[in-house]
Design a protein around this ligand. Structure first.
Ligand SMILES: Cc1ncc(COP(=O)(O)O)c(C=O)c1O
Length: 403
């Protein structure tokens, strides 16, 4: 008899899946593996912001007790200012909840909103957290297409065709993981209209909102849809390279009736887990005030910019791949052209790439992508490492020992 829940079998965590454990085994046997599977800046030498270090030291004494169930007031005030500055207006301090990363926040939101059998629209490809959280509530993820030909923007006609009486919510991830797409305001407005007409709650994961390149601007979904219940999620894992702090939050905005229902449900859930980690909350005001740290990474001589440029330059030299330049985040999601598709599927491709070239990538299927020809590159290593890696991937696909 299996002592575990049946749901466990339906979950998928390819980012740290079988290939990841093979990579660890290879490392134990003395091989060097370039692990491009996780968006974890600290592992590639991105330092802690000085502003955060100073705040941490000076506020350490405030961190001993369980804190406010929703999160420390000073931290929530800073979060409130941040989201007001992005023109989300219809919410108060009580509509903000701080959690141990968006990962915990997503779990709380899913529990608060979903009944078994509810359908939730999720992007395809999709960062796996959302699909798993929906499945854990015995609800049903229904995938809407994001269109590679249209900069990986969501296909709103497809979204419309999927809505039915069971549809409860729609998840958007903007900027997106794994595609790096920054959605156009038109697409956001069209999604808002679909949500409005069908009374859907919108769950907007905006963890990469500060990581946008080339002077482009991120628009918060909730700023375009003030009459709709929206849960906007954000955190410091990526913009401040603090994945290990487990610092995330949500803001509920929209009509006051639904807002207070969601807020009350979340309050109950937050109370059950007592409080989020207090240490990370003390640094939120200083981190959000420190925009320079993130801006430096994105500037023309900044690491994220240079790494992205290096990756593009090498990808441009390859016949075997096509790709859409990412406007946000630090991911790119290339496609292997049909004439170069030699493996049974993308999983087999990623596995063989790991064994032969010692490079670990996540195949498209790890993001619930339904075609067997995509994989994600995490553009966090130094430019030279990325150049070499892309060359090696190209050589591998083209069946050569090197290019
Ligand atoms: C789209 C997206 N949402 C949420 C997370 C998880 O964030 P956190 O570290 O706040 O749990 C990630 C991490 O990669 C992500 O890519």
């Amino acid at each position: 008899m299996n002592v575990c829940s049946e749901i466990i079998n339906s979950l998928n965590s390819d980012i740290r899946g079988k290939n990841f454990y093979t990579a660890l085994e290879l490392e134990r046997s003395g091989e060097t593996i370039l692990k491009l599977n996780t968006g974890n800046p600290a592992t590639f030498g991105f330092p802690m912001p000085e502003s955060v270090k100073n705040a941490l030291i000076s506020k350490l004494d405030n961190t001993l007790g369980y804190c406010d169930v929703r999160g420390m007031v000073a931290a929530r005030n800073a979060i409130l200012q941040y989201h007001r500055s992005k023109d989300i207006t219809d919410f108060s301090l009580d509509d903000i909840f701080i959690g141990n990363g968006i990962s915990e926040i997503a779990s709380m939101v899913s529990t608060a909103l979903l009944n078994p059998g509810d359908e939730v629209l999720v992007p395809m490809p999709c960062y796996s957290l959302w699909v798993n959280e929906i499945l854990l509530r015995k609800a049903v993820p229904v995938f809407y297409k994001c269109d590679e030909e249209n900069g990986w923007n969501p296909d709103t006609e497809h979204i419309k065709s999927l809505v039915n009486k069971k549809t409860k919510a729609i998840v958007i991830i903007n900027p997106n993981n794994p595609t790096g797409a920054l959605y156009s305001n038109n697409v956001l407005l069209e999604i808002a209209e679909i949500a409005r007409q069908n009374k859907l709650v919108v769950l907007s994961d905006e963890i990469y909102d500060r990581l946008v390149f080339d002077g482009k601007k991120h628009t918060s979904f909730a700023s375009l849809a003030k009459d709709i219940p929206v849960v906007t999620m954000n955190g410091l894992s990526k913009s401040h390279c603090l994945c290990g702090f487990r610092c995330g939050w949500l803001v509920i905005s929209g009509p006051s009736g639904q807002r207070s229902l969601i807020s009350e449900a979340l309050l109950k859930l937050a109370s059950i887990r007592l409080s989020a980690n207090a240490i990370m909350q003390t640094i939120i005001p200083d981190a959000l005030a420190d925009t320079t740290y993130t801006e430096r990474m994105l500037a023309k001589d900044g690491r994220l910019y240079e790494q992205r440029q290096a990756t593009f330059e090498e990808l441009d030299k390859l016949d075997c791949l096509s790709y859409v330049k990412n406007d946000g985040s630090f991911y790119v999601f290339p496609r292997i052209k049909p004439e170069y598709l030699e493996y049974a599927d993308d999983k087999a491709f990623a596995h063989q790439l790991l064994l032969e070239k010692h490079i670990l990538v996540v195949p498209g299927s790890g993001f619930a992508y339904d075609k067997p020809d995509h994989f994600r590159i995490v553009m966090l290593p130094q430019p030279d490492t990325l150049r070499k890696a892309v060359k090696e991937i190209g050589a591998f696909i083209q069946g050569k020992t090197c290019l």
